[in-house]
Design a protein around this ligand. Structure first.
Ligand code: GLP
Length: 242
């Protein structure tokens, strides 16, 4: 695992965006694994700028997102599909039919989960997966638990995640209690992983992620078993984990 400490959020975002640019320029049909949350917004802003200046072409790129809330559809401003449309897809030259986000409104969620994994396999896997991290160590919506699930699956959200994500909703009671998420096994199949973390509330879990120990109580620690992971953090976390 490689650790890169950048001065601030902008520098972290630029590094991740440059890495994605390099991958797409090398392979125009690249499969990008994308994430939601506050952390990747800066990366998406950089990618939009690069696309406007013709430094990256998304016309043949495919994207797959990590997760979606159950019960929220694409017109719901809190859904992750809406987030992706508004923070990236509407501003780049990507073919919308090549962007995949799990469907939180699917009638048969189990089938949707299977279809999602099959889709990723059909695409021959993810070239680069962008990840944030929850302050409890969750990756996508793989929450701390005794057992982690490999494939895409339905999951309940922990109280701490509902609380953390309530900042995007009018109140905590409006946060969906469950989500459809890619599993750790699927994420680990990505050829390359970039995990970004910023802010002191992530310091403890990042420290565990770098500890050499693996525990399902901090799902991010599984990433230590992957052969090409770069952890990009800011100086604030850098100082706290020394
Ligand atoms: C959500 C998402 C994760 C994300 C995490 C951290 O719960 N499902 O994919 O990494 O929150 O979000 P933030 O970047 O806003 O701290």
């Amino acid at each position: 695992m490689k650790l890169v400490i950048k001065k601030d959020y902008d520098e972290m975002s630029k590094l991740a965006a440059e890495t994605i640019k390099g991958i797409v320029n090398n392979k125009p049909t690249a499969i990008l694994g994308l994430a939601t949350g506050s952390t990747p917004i800066g990366v998406y802003k950089e990618l939009i700028k690069m696309n406007k200046s013709n430094d990256i072409d998304f016309s043949k790129v495919t994207t797959v997102n990590l997760d979606e809330y159950i019960g929220l559809g694409e017109n719901d401003p809190q859904s992750y599909r809406y987030f992706m449309n508004k923070n990236l897809f509407e501003y780049i030259n990507i073919n919308k039919s090549n962007t995949f986000v799990p469907n939180g409104l699917a009638e048969n969620i189990e089938q949707e989960a299977k279809n999602y994994d099959n889709k990723i396999d059909e695409l021959d896997g993810i070239d680069v997966q962008i990840l944030g991290i929850g302050s409890n160590g969750h990756i996508a919506f793989n929450e701390p638990s005794d057992v982690l699930i490999a494939g895409t699956h339905l999951t309940g959200l922990t109280e701490s995640t509902i609380e953390a994500n309530s900042r995007f909703f009018d109140s905590a009671s409006e946060v969906p209690k469950s989500a459809l998420t890619m599993g750790l096994g699927q994420i680990m199949k990505s050829r390359k992983i970039l995990l970004l973390a910023q802010g002191e509330n992530k310091a403890e879990v990042v420290k565990e992620l770098l500890s050499g120990k693996i525990t399902t109580k901090n799902p991010s620690t599984m990433l230590q078993m992957h052969k090409d992971v770069t952890i990009i953090i800011d100086e604030e976390i850098g100082k706290l984990i020394k």
